[in-house]
Design a protein around this ligand. Sequence first.
Ligand SMILES: Nc1nc2c(ncn2[C@@H]2O[C@H](COP(=O)(O)OP(=O)(O)O)[C@@H](O)[C@H]2O)c(=O)[nH]1
Ligand SMILES: [Mg+2]
Length: 440
Amino acid sequence: MLSGLQDGLRNAVKKLIGAGAIDEAAVKEFVKDLQRTLLQADVNVKLVLQLSTRIEQRALQEKLPLGLPRKDHIVKILYEELSSILGEETEFNLPPDKTSIMLLVGIQGSGKTTVTAKLARHLAKRGYQVGVVCADTFRPGALVQLRMLCEKINIPIYGVEKAKDAVKTASDGVKHFKNNDKNVIIVDTAGRHKEEKALLQEMQQIRGRLNPDKVLLVIDGTIGQQCFNQAQAFHQTVPVGGIVITKLDGAAKGGGALAAAAATGARIVFIGTGERVDDLETFSPTRFVGRLLDMGDLKALLERVKDLELEADSKKLQRIASGKMTIDDLYYQLEQIKKMGSLRKMLDLIPGFSSAMQDQDVEGLEERMQYWKVIIQSMTRNERQNPDVLNASRIHRVARGSGTTEKAVKEMMARYKQAKSVMKASRGRQFRQMMKRFQQ
Ligand SMILES: Nc1nc2c(ncn2[C@@H]2O[C@H](COP(=O)(O)OP(=O)(O)O)[C@@H](O)[C@H]2O)c(=O)[nH]1
Ligand SMILES: [Mg+2]
């Protein structure tokens, strides 16, 4: 989905992360990469400038949260700013105790009829009684198309063969379903007339007659910049309450559609990601941007990580117990400690850490351990696997990259070595005992 934009953003982030020190020049270069990518993805120029200025300002001026590496901070800013142009997180809810009328508008081919069926299915699955009205009296075959889609999913449809008057058909359809106790009525409309003015006029009339609760504008995600004007034209005649962007499964540039949504000020509520009737997703700005930036759908990612952890756990434990502990293993242990909760209780159970630790050391340890994690994240893969390579200049770099001090890096290394040697000396006996006690 949106592969151009996705690749561009990811490459910009990768370059940033690969850069040595993050100085002003590196930030500016990053912002330039972003601009190029967004423009190539058809995002409106004004919006690109706004967005990049904000990101640059924040990246250069904001104070770093303690312990957060500058690179991570910049990625976080990018994530926040991209999400915020797409609007706030909103739930798409309809009142259960009254009949909601939804009017779908948009030009021919944008995907209205498909979205009508997808939406009907989406709502029916959530317990709504849905009826669908075909008010496209312009395109031959419109009624047949909608009927075929709705029959497959068992949604009742109202339409009149060879009807001429779209406003009357729409209004008759709504009456029909109100008498049938439906609590959501979705009205599919035409997308083309001999001239655009006539189409917009018809939409205005239908809206006047039905007084819909929501007008949803359907935009084809593949058409780029044009949709900006299109969205505005519709919005001026029939104020748009929500936007559905379709065809985001293809090679859509998508940026144009996203920017168009920003232009109307209406929220994107759904995205279409395929031709099948189930290919409709509730739109979440943060999830969407997360996906673009490769942070993944956070939930899915977390679950995947958990699976991987379970798989890796047993191998890891064996390695740690045999005294071949790496820094990655230390990180893993820190994570485990956090998961288990009480640090005090845990300390006694961790071989190597606790044995040489005085009471005053314990104080503030939890906080320091959080730094250790950041420090570890600032190491290269090679350094985590072979910590012996960490010389003075590498320690200096890690301290800077992690926003900590060389002293903190050295302290962590000392603890690591201690734990490793204890583990080796006891041949993992202590460790196995600890694991046993954990599992009790
Ligand atoms: N790949 C893909 N095709 C879609 C999507 N939504 C609609 N289409 C296709 O786009 C074409 C036009 O859709 P239609 O619903 O008839 O548009 P309408 O003229 O606005 O009613 C049809 O061939 C649909 O199958 C989508 O999310 N992904
Ligand atoms: Mg249609």
